[in-house]
Design a protein around this ligand. Structure first.
Ligand code: MG
Length: 240
C-alpha cells in the first residue's frame, strides 16, 4: 500500500493538499448519485417530464365524462371554450412538480372574479386560482395565485392581460391511514412568474368546484372553464 501511494504521488504530481482532500472525501457509489436530467431551455420541459400539452394536440386531455376535450388549439395554444367545461388530463398524478403557462384575455372584460377566471386543479381537488389580477381587485384568497378560498398569494405577481404567465407548483398530496383517516394535509409551493407566492401552504380540504373528494387516490390535472377564454400552453409534470 505504501509503495502504491508513493508511486501515485510521483506519477500524478498531486500536491499534498489535494491528497489530503482526497482522503477526506466521504465514500460514495455511483448508484447513490442523483439522476442526471437535462434542463429545458428557458421554460421548455426537462428531459424527464411528462408533457401534457406541447401545442400540437389535445390527445392527453378529456372532458369530465371521458369524451374528447372540448377546448380548441389556436396557433399552438389551448383555448378554454365557454360552456365546454373543464379539461382533465387522462393521466392521474400523486405528488408532482407542475409547470403550466397561461394568459388571460385581451381586451379584458368583466371585473373581480368575472375577469380572466380559470384555474389549475391538482388531482381535480385543489385549485390554484387563475384570474386576471392585474389592476383588478377581488378578495385576497380568490385572486390569481390563491389556493382558492384558503390561502391568498404572498404577493400579487400578475402580468398584464394577454401576457404569458407561468405557475411552477410543487404539490404533495394528502396522506391517509389504512382506515382512510387523513393524517396529513396536501401542501403546495407555488412560483408565479418565478416569484414565490405559496410557501409550502397547507391545503385543508377540497376547493370550490373540485371534482374529486379527498382520498388516497391519484387524480387528474384539471383546467377550469369559468366562462372566460383563458389560454394555456407548455404544460408538463414531473412525478415526485
Ligand atoms: Mg377559478
Amino acid at each position: 500500500m505504501k509503495r502504491f501511494w508513493s508511486l501515485a504521488v510521483l506519477s500524478t504530481s498531486m500536491t499534498l493538499t489535494a491528497l489530503v482532500a482526497t482522503w477526506a472525501a466521504p465514500a460514495w457509489q455511483a448508484a447513490e448519485l442523483p439522476q442526471v436530467v437535462t434542463p429545458g431551455l428557458a421554460s421548455a420541459p426537462p428531459s424527464d417530464a411528462i408533457v401534457l400539452f406541447d401545442g400540437s394536440s389535445l390527445d392527453n386531455w378529456r372532458k369530465a365524462d371521458g369524451s374528447a376535450a372540448g377546448w380548441v388549439i389556436e396557433k399552438g395554444v389551448m383555448l378554454a371554450v365557454t360552456g365546454q367545461g373543464p379539461v382533465l388530463s387522462k393521466q392521474e398524478f400523486g405528488d408532482m412538480q407542475l409547470h403550466v403557462e397561461f394568459a388571460t384575455p385581451t381586451v379584458p372584460q368583466g371585473s373581480g372574479q368575472g375577469r380572466g377566471n380559470s384555474g389549475v386543479y391538482m388531482q381535480a381537488r385543489y385549485e390554484v386560482q387563475v384570474l386576471d389580477s392585474f389592476e383588478n381587485e377581488t378578495y385576497a384568497n380568490g385572486q390569481c395565485g390563491a389556493i382558492y378560498g384558503q390561502h391568498a398569494p404572498l404577493v400579487n405577481a400578475s402580468r398584464q392581460p394577454g401576457e404569458w404567465q407561468s405557475y411552477d407548483i410543487v404539490f404533495r398530496g394528502a396522506r391517509f391511514d389504512e382506515a382512510g383517516k387523513k393524517t396529513l394535509n396536501a401542501t403546495m409551493t407555488v412560483l408565479h412568474n418565478g416569484v414565490l407566492i405559496q410557501d409550502h401552504s397547507e391545503v385543508t380540504g377540497i376547493t370550490t368546484a373540485a371534482m374529486n373528494q379527498e382520498g388516497p387516490s391519484k387524480g387528474p390535472l384539471y383546467l377550469q372553464d369559468h366562462g372566460n377564454p383563458v389560454r394555456y400552453r407548455n404544460v408538463w409534470v414531473r412525478e415526485l
